[in-house]
Design a protein around this ligand. Structure first.
Ligand SMILES: Cc1ncc(COP(=O)(O)O)c(C=O)c1O
Length: 346
């Protein structure tokens, strides 16, 4: 007799991550990685990792990392949970708070992992359409949602929603767990951190993958009221963040000046590319992430033409996104080469 998967898994469509080509020679502008290396002290922390730290299990609750983060965010460590990338943190939040039949509210477009996670736990997805420039809908009714996940800045357009707007929405339904995914917040003009002190139903999620250049180390965290955080510890793997990743994240938090400078360069190049794309006739959204969404009418053809020139961007085969591609901001040289390639293609 055949071993059968559960009904839920049978019907599940997995999340499709961006390509990681094994072949050399590509300019990778498809997964919003940081083009600059981690700070030298981060590399040193990994290189000098004690053999004893490799032999032993890591700190199961990321004590040192959470202590540093709690100082950074002015909260106590019991307001912080760290995980194996913010994807793991999001998954645990969904697992802890979504029961089969519950509703997850999301915007369209947004980070395409959210609906995949919801379905994994048997939840339904309610979609709230963004305005033509990526604006939030006016007074959306979110009280039927058990969780509402809002990325801010919100990929792939990269629109940033000011604190007042996010807070109004978060506080509009106290029984809805309101997740503010700030994976790209260091490239934006502000953040929504204050909300966690005023709305008992809000959690902020952050990542070391983007502004800290540590996508390969897999570290993310959530910060918010301890009664919400507490439940995540009940369902996590015993040792969910490895020793090297904990050491790297701690060192990164001590290199603020370095990271401020590379984020500044990325923002400068985002402004440059947005302007150049518009000059070439593309619709380029006002992004506050480390990426820009450019529409030309036929995103797939543009993606393929750029791939033929060894430039990888991200194409999403989704109704609202088919018209364009998402371009990660690389180094200035990479951006000059992208603009030159586009000019020749048009
Ligand atoms: C909005 C958003 N949140 C979270 C993530 C995942 O981050 P991490 O690498 O920390 O899992 C991404 C990755 O692209 C993202 O776009």
């Amino acid at each position: 007799m055949k071993v059968m998967e559960t009904e839920l898994v049978k019907n599940l469509e997995p999340y499709a991550p961006g390509e990681q080509p094994q072949e050399a020679g590509f300019t990778k502008l498809n997964t919003n990685e940081n083009p600059y290396p981690p700070a030298p002290e981060v590399v040193l922390a990994i290189q000098t990792l004690d053999a004893n730290d490799m032999r032993k299990y890591p700190d199961p609750v990321c004590g040192k990392l959470r202590r540093i983060l709690s100082e950074k965010h002015n909260v106590t460590p019991d307001w912080i949970f760290a995980g194996n990338g913010s994807d793991e943190v999001l998954r645990l939040i969904f697992q802890a708070y979504l029961a089969p039949g519950d509703v997850l509210g999301i915007t369209d477009p947004t980070y395409s992992l959210y609906p995949v996670l919801a379905r994994m736990f048997g939840a339904k997805v309610k979609i709230f359409d963004l305005g033509p420039e990526g604006e939030l809908p006016r007074n959306p009714e979110i009280s039927s949602c058990k969780i509402f996940a809002l990325a801010n800045p919100n990929p792939p357009y990269g629109v940033f929603y000011p604190l007042s707007e996010v807070e109004k929405l978060a506080c509009s339904s106290p029984s809805t767990l309101f997740i503010i995914d700030e994976a790209y917040v260091d490239f934006a003009r502000g953040d929504s951190l204050d909300i966690i002190h005023r709305c008992e139903n809000a959690l902020i999620s952050r990542s070391f993958s983007k502004s800290f250049s540590l996508a390969g180390m897999r570290v993310g965290y959530t910060v918010g009221p301890s009664p919400l955080i507490r439940n995540l510890y009940k369902i996590k793997d015993s040792y969910n963040v490895n020793s090297a990743s904990q050491a790297a994240a701690c060192a990164a938090l001590h290199a603020a000046e370095y990271y401020k400078e590379i984020s500044r360069k990325i923002i400068e190049d985002r402004i440059f590319v947005t302007r150049e794309l518009r000059k070439l006739g593309f619709k380029a959204y006002d992004s506050e992430g480390n990426f820009v969404f450019a529409e030309s009418g036929d995103g797939k053809t543009l993606y393929e033409k750029l791939k033929a020139k060894k430039i990888l961007v991200r194409y999403f085969d989704l109704p609202r996104l088919k018209k364009g591609v998402r371009i990660t901001i690389g180094t200035h040289e990479e951006m000059l080469s992208l603009v030159e390639t586009l000019r020749n293609l048009i």
